[in-house]
Design a protein around this ligand. Structure first.
Ligand code: PMP
Length: 439
């Protein structure tokens, strides 16, 4: 293996050098910078099906899938056709248009408790708006979130701080005044007693609990059996809303997202859902939704203001609609078979080299944690051999497989991952496991 990981990616390295002059860190979203694994991020020139081609002309099996959206694979013919047709009719009108209605109908048809949605352009906007809506509906201020759950870069939600029991949230980012997280309480994930303690102390002030339907942003950590159920029960007892963030899991874990696998809970369904990623098909489209009664609090009907110049963009909604229509019943079992094949091969390769690891699942989303024991919360997720992951990642990249460039992320597959692509992954794994084993 080359000592300088840039040596086989000269065109990417050259672009990165130019990029760092005009873009902070050379990237428009931090994790793309490979800070966690080192080396040169590959600048991708084109993508089709399960394949990424970088600017040096090297081809990679894509297990990133744009961090979730590309569930049908890249440039899927049906989605491409929908985008071509929509874009030929104009790019943005700033008026209502038909695709918005069709996409909203498609979402509402899939998630039973969601009667209405408002379309936005990013997952961050969806959770930000969901929080505002919850506060507006309840007239309360406090938001409870779980450590290790990421809900976009919303000021009030950029707090994951604190191990131990429930902590008052401190901002994770400079530029977020402490007042912005003063009404945020962070509780360990999968910890019902800690949540009950918070509600016992401050229940009447809490507008909502927001949770990733199944956590994917500390690596994949599904809710323990009964956890979401308990969150639903406790919030209901205290008149707080439950916001289920399905930006990552929505239309990915099943046709109806994580809710389709686990919900509704005996104590009821979540009140507000957020969606993104898959529902935009690779374009900027996201949504938040709830019952018609809750959604009636939004402008122009109600007093909670929320808006967007490009919300419901005709091209983005066309891509999203074509993608959701492509998410047929037979897709999900296929994704799971593909994911299992890859995960089993990874596990076998790591076991053969004696590398401590554990694989965790939410539908076809999975993560390989580089530690022996299962992960149930953020503290445990952080307690893994990230250096071993870095070596593993780079060996895979050398062999033409693009994994997420951090140990704290889900691996994603698409309906286009065929025998050739899966075979290339399986072949690459033994060498990567060897690299992981030897510092
Ligand atoms: N919520 C969850 C669960 C997410 O995974 C993400 C993005 N990874 C977001 C919100 C934010 O979405 P976006 O990056 O589109 O703003």
């Amino acid at each position: 293996t080359p000592t300088d990981p840039r040596s086989d990616a000269p065109a990417s390295a050259a672009l990165l050098e130019r990029a760092t002059r005009v873009i902070p860190g050379g990237v428009n979203s931090p994790v793309r910078a490979f800070r966690a694994v080192g080396g040169t991020p590959r600048f991708i020139a084109s993508a089709t099906g399960p394949w990424l081609t970088d600017v040096d002309g090297r081809r990679y099996v894509d297990l990133l899938c744009s961090w979730g959206p590309m569930i049908l694979g890249h440039a899927h013919p049906d989605v491409l056709e929908a985008v071509r047709t929509a874009s030929a009719r104009g790019f943005s009108f700033g008026t209502p248009s038909e695709n918005e209605v069709l996409l909203a109908e498609e979402i509402v048809a899939r998630i039973e408790p969601v009667e209405q949605v408002r379309l936005v352009s990013s997952g961050t906007e969806a959770t930000m708006s969901a929080i505002r809506l919850a506060r507006g509906v309840t007239g309360r201020s406090v938001i409870v979130k779980f450590a290790g759950c990421y809900h976009g870069h919303v000021d009030a939600l950029l707090a994951a701080a604190g191990s131990g029991l429930a902590t008052l949230a401190l901002p994770d980012s400079a530029g977020v005044p402490v007042e912005m997280t003063a009404d945020t309480i962070v509780v360990p994930y999968n910890d019902v007693p800690a949540l009950e303690e918070v509600f016992a102390a401050r229940g009447s002030e809490i507008a909502a609990v927001i949770t990733e339907a199944a956590a994917g942003n500390m690596g994949v950590v599904p809710p323990a059996p009964g956890f979401t159920e308990a969150v639903r029960r406790v919030t209901r007892e205290h008149g707080a809303l439950l916001v289920s963030d399905e930006v990552m899991t929505g239309f990915r874990c099943s046709k109806a997202g994580w809710f389709g696998l686990e919900g509704p809970y005996a104590a009821g369904a979540p009140d507000i859902f957020t969606f993104g990623k898959v529902m935009g098909g690779g374009f900027p489209a996201a949504a938040f939704g709830a019952s018609a009664e809750i959604m009636a609090h939004l402008a122009p009907l109600g007093p909670v203001y929320q808006a967007g110049t490009l919300s419901g963009n005709p091209v983005a909604t066309a891509a999203g609609l074509a993608t959701l229509r492509g998410c047929t019943d037979d897709l999900y079992p296929r994704l799971e078979v593909t994911a299992r094949t890859i995960a089993d091969a990874a596990s076998a390769a790591l076991a053969a080299e004696g590398v401590a690891h554990t694989v965790q699942w939410a539908g076809s989303m999975f993560s390989v944690f580089f530690r022996e024991a299962k992960v149930t919360n953020y503290d445990e997720a952080r307690d893994q051999d990230t250096a071993a992951y870095g070596r593993f990642f780079h060996s895979m990249l050398e062999s033409g497989v693009h994994l997420p460039p951090s140990a704290f992320e889900a691996w994603f597959v698409s309906g286009s991952h065929d025998e050739e692509a899966v075979g290339q992954v399986v072949e690459a794994l033994p060498a990567a496991a060897r690299a992981a084993a030897h510092a």
